[in-house]
Write a protein that binds this ligand. Sequence first.
Ligand SMILES: *Cc1c(COP(=O)(O)O)cnc(C)c1O
Length: 225
Amino acid sequence: MTHSGLESVRQGIRRAALAAGRDPASIKLIAVTKTFDAAAIEPAITAGHTMFGENRVQEAKAKWPSLKATHSKLQLHLIGPLQSNKVADAVTLFGAIHAIDRSKIAESIAKEMQKQQRLLQLFVQVNTGREEQKAGIAPGEADRFIAGCREKLNLTISGLMCIPPFTDDPEPHFKLLAGIAKRNGIAELSMGMSEDYATAIACGATFVRVGSAIFGSRPAPPPAG
Ligand SMILES: *Cc1c(COP(=O)(O)O)cnc(C)c1O
């Protein structure tokens, strides 16, 4: 069975990869299911998709354990900010965490992985637009932060992640992230969403995080604060 949203994004990824002279298989699609319930997600699983993203631990905990129980190969990525009191649940449920941006969180993830004997794929989020309200380490502090994760906590940092400011041209942000990854010897780049994944792929994305282009539009989030 096919899934039209998934199919069109897969084709878009393929087109963007070929246009950039890249192997389409080098780009992984994280289907972002935040706000969608199990019934909306199941057709994508039935269509053979296995990699999904959620931005809140509580929401993921409510819907994914039962989905995971019926489909053995699913891999869940936490793409939103993580609070200390949710680290244990996050390490149990997810295979990857994309928004590591402070020492305290990096430290508690390290401890929890040790305790649960689980190894997650870890990404450092960089706040490329230096936006006050946005998570992520400042670009100028990224090298030092990554070095600290590696040397003090013995963590393997697989990738970097960013969310460009909504009003900006995303390309300079993707290039900035790619440059930080390159000089730190980091292979994976988690960048690109429904509106800009083709640009992200042209700039080297290895993971794109796409929600609405697959599942349709979401209700507007409640105002922050
Ligand atoms: C919601 C979300 C996405 C997907 O956004 P779309 O515009 O629906 O593709 C990607 N990354 C993060 C961090 C998100 O919170």
